[in-house]
Design a protein around this ligand. Sequence first.
Ligand code: SAH
Length: 268
Amino acid sequence: MRISVITIFPELFREFLSTSLIGRAIESEALEVSVHNLRDFTEDKHQSVDDEPYGGGGGMVMMAPPWIGAVRALRTDVPSRCVLMSPQGRRLTDARVQELAAGNEHLILLCGRYEGIDERVQLTVVDEEISVGDFVLSGGELPAMVLIEALSREVPGVVGQPECVEQDSFRQGLLDFPHYTRPQVVEGLQVPSVLVSGDHAAIRAWRGRQAIRATVGKRPDLLVQAALSEEQLEWLAEIEREGSEYQTAAKDLVTRAEDKDNTKSPRE
Ligand code: SAH
């Protein structure tokens, strides 16, 4: 996978690209990331990249020509896709990460700063805008790193065991199951006994149920889209039954507590 980044702060990427899984992926050439300084594509001697907005108002706007020049210089004959990191883009999802990785295009990521980039960059060289969430950051560098890290997990050999990626949240339309490691007891809390039972079928079933339980509890919206197997649908029904039993029991407790309250003699 080949990724080029254009930024006015290339130094922000140094540690990121040399650390942990991404560092190793780059070293092994499974992933190729190059970072380019926008100022190298300026034509004036001050290497200016921004100017005041037409129409007035506060803040500075990044000028179009250096961006257009940089993108055109980096587009070579392999298929390429120019992505503008922008809060106005489509919000990044696991599905989009997989599509981008499968597309196997040379990705050129543009990291804006200030009030953003002159609109004509979008109109000429940008293929797609991607956002990392509904909030505004001061620059596109962190969003670009988010995208690079998510993409790197799709490159064969980056994450040691591919099944780890497959069981991760969102991949099967569900959240991941809870994880435990040593010690067996933490603050009086035991590891669920099934995980130390050595019974692989029971562990698999427990994890499957827990993934559904986590999704029901934290992201019920995901269940609407998830293509659940019959086994998973059974687990879901069980979990929902437990939920309603729990609610009935809780309601009973409240009613009993209220009844008890009512039998007390009224206060003076
Ligand atoms: N005025 C713009 C925000 C500019 S923030 C607006 O309100 O739409 C400066 C730069 O930070 C942007 O050009 C973009 O590259 C980056 N950025 C900020 N928030 C982002 C987000 N949520 N996702 C992706 N990039 C973002």
